[in-house]
Design a protein around this ligand. Structure first.
Ligand code: HEC
Ligand code: HEC
Ligand code: HEC
Ligand code: HEC
Ligand code: HEC
Ligand code: HEC
Ligand code: HEC
Length: 323
């Protein structure tokens, strides 16, 4: 494994922080869960296995039992679940009751899942998210292939509307990029969906100088989606040939970042009459923004010069009069 790939995996792991088994059950079920969810006890019927590193298989006939590992792909982090957008749900709101039996029966593995639009489509209370527009963009996206649904990026057990509520832009960028790297830095997930050869994202972006700094400051979707004015998060992933490669798309006065990454903030800032306001305060993008410090300094110099001239003129007039 190359170093950068390992770096991405670490970022990924940090964000999805797998559950570390604790021996005391009462520590795992926090009182805060009860504040957001009425089915905490019911959910434990599933989480006693899916919330643990290991689970117990019992044979009621013989009374024997074996301890086994829960596969990490099937493990659910309680903290992440109870702070996700669907934190109030019970497992069986989305899954069949037939999962109560173990081993899980075959038919139930083919259960149909509700899609975002089934619950959120054409609903006034979610209008700000523009679900319908997002669905249309997804239809046009290169990911619109068999078995690829909204849930592939939006983990049903941990998704948060991060960017919209972000206080720290860097954290939100990491969160969003990890949604892509879940597959693009993990070939075993990628390969479930396609027979294509492995794509090495680090190699594919070698043309970008200082890749690590860029991936910390911009999201994958900055370069890989068409700009959309109606929605906060553009969803139409374009073929790689249409991805942004020209530096000046970002490093210029009318940076595309104003229409993507800094969109939410820049709307707020524009009320104050500033353009590229966000880049000016938190980030410095070469060519895209003026430095606030230099702005102030040049204002001070200008003001100082004018004052100097005024004072000089005043002295000359006064001196003339006294002569
Ligand atoms: C006794 C432990 C145990 C309990 C309790 C349990 N599961 Fe599972 N579940 C497993 C194991 C082990 C697997 C992975 C192996 C397999 O697919 O059989 C699994 C697999 C799954 C899968 C993936 C199936 C697939 O084919 O991809 C789903 C979904 C699931 N469980 C949901 C649930 C839900 C919902 C509950 C609670 C109603 C639940 N499980 C309760 C042990 C358990
Ligand atoms: C908001 C709906 C929703 C809720 C609530 C939900 N799930 Fe799921 N779950 C899904 C969907 C959708 C999938 C399939 C994901 C995919 O297609 O990649 C899934 C997949 C799974 C899997 C298979 C492994 C995986 O992550 O893909 C397991 C195990 C599972 N769920 C268990 C649970 C348990 C246990 C709970 C309760 C703590 C729960 N789910 C709550 C929607 C939900
Ligand atoms: C089974 C129905 C159902 C499905 C499927 C579903 N949601 Fe939800 N979602 C809800 C409900 C109900 C709420 C409100 C929960 C609450 O207020 O506690 C919600 C809340 C949300 C919120 C927070 C809204 C807010 O303003 O608080 C977001 C964002 C969201 N869902 C996104 C999604 C996405 C993205 C998908 C698909 C990947 C999806 N949902 C699938 C029912 C669903
Ligand atoms: C290729 C990955 C990907 C797929 C597929 C995807 N999304 Fe998203 N989606 C994202 C990312 C990344 C975000 C930004 C998350 C954040 O930080 O808030 C997002 C955010 C959202 C939001 C929140 C927007 C807001 O204004 O806060 C909604 C709603 C949403 N997606 C709906 C959907 C629906 C519906 C689908 C399927 C039709 C879908 N997404 C498929 C990656 C994806
Ligand atoms: C669930 C796994 C998964 C996730 C999550 C995912 N991708 Fe992909 N992506 C794939 C697969 C599979 C392909 C290969 C599609 C094919 O067979 O051509 C692909 C292809 C691509 C391509 C190459 C298209 C081309 O022209 O060859 C780009 C660019 C891309 N994804 C960007 C993204 C971005 C950006 C995100 C996050 C917003 C993301 N992906 C999230 C699985 C994923
Ligand atoms: C600064 C713009 C930019 C950013 C940021 C960016 N990409 Fe790309 N990406 C490109 C361009 C341009 C290409 C096409 C490169 C080429 O064809 O030489 C590309 C190619 C790809 C491919 C196809 C590679 C192949 O060899 O088929 C994938 C997959 C991909 N990017 C995923 C991602 C992911 C995941 C992220 C976030 C971690 C990301 N990109 C961030 C511009 C970007
Ligand atoms: C998607 C927008 C985008 C594109 C495209 C882009 N950049 Fe950047 N670049 C940024 C942002 C944002 C930063 C600020 C990084 C930071 O936080 O320091 C940056 C920082 C830099 C830096 C300073 C890195 C450092 O060490 O801090 C250099 C040099 C740079 N870019 C050169 C380029 C070149 C050359 C290209 C074209 C091959 C390019 N960029 C394409 C957005 C972009």
């Amino acid at each position: 494994m190359t170093k950068p790939i390992r770096f991405f995996l670490i970022l990924l792991l940090a964000a999805t922080s797998t559950l570390i088994a604790q021996s005391d059950d009462s520590l795992k079920i926090k009182s805060s869960y009860f504040e957001v969810n009425d089915f905490v006890e019911d959910n434990e019927a599933c989480l006693k296995c899916h919330g643990e590193e290991k689970y117990l298989i019992e044979d009621p006939n013989s009374g024997r039992s074996i301890t086994n590992h829960m596969c990490p792909d099937r493990t659910i982090d309680r903290d992440a679940f109870y702070s996700s957008v669907h934190k109030a749900f019970s497992c069986t709101d989305c899954h069949s009751y037939d999962f109560m039996t173990f081993p899980h029966p075959l038919e139930v593995r083919f259960e149909e899942h509700f899609m975002c639009l089934d619950c959120h489509g054409y609903d006034e209370s979610f209008a700000q998210y523009h679900f319908e527009d997002i669905e249309m963009e997804f239809q046009k996206s290169i990911h619109n292939m068999e078995d690829f649904s909204c849930w592939k990026c939006h983990d049903p057990h941990s998704y948060k509307a991060f960017m919209r509520n972000a206080e720290d832009l860097t954290e939100a960028i990491l969160y969003d990029n990890n949604m892509c790297l879940k597959c693009h830095a993990n070939f075993s997930r990628f390969t479930l969906l396609t027979d294509r050869e492995e794509i090495n994202v680090v190699k594919s972006h070698e043309w970008l100088p200082n890749q690590t700094a860029h991936f910390k400051s911009v999201r994958c979707i900055e370069c890989h989606t068409a700009i959309s004015d109606s929605i906060l998060i553009p969803h139409q992933i374009m073929p790689k040939a249409d991805a942004v490669k020209r530096c000046t798309e970002c490093h210029s006065r009318d940076s595309r970042l104003m229409h993507t990454l800094y969109k939410f903030q820049s709307k707020e800032e524009r009320k104050g009459g500033f353009v590229n306001g966000v880049i000016m305060t938190d980030y410095f993008v070469i060519g895209a923004n003026k430095s606030p410090f230099l702005d102030k300094l040049s204002f001070l110099i200008l003001a100082g010069t004018l004052l100097g001239i005024a004072f000089h003129t005043f002295l000359r007039i006064r001196n003339k009069k006294t002569k």
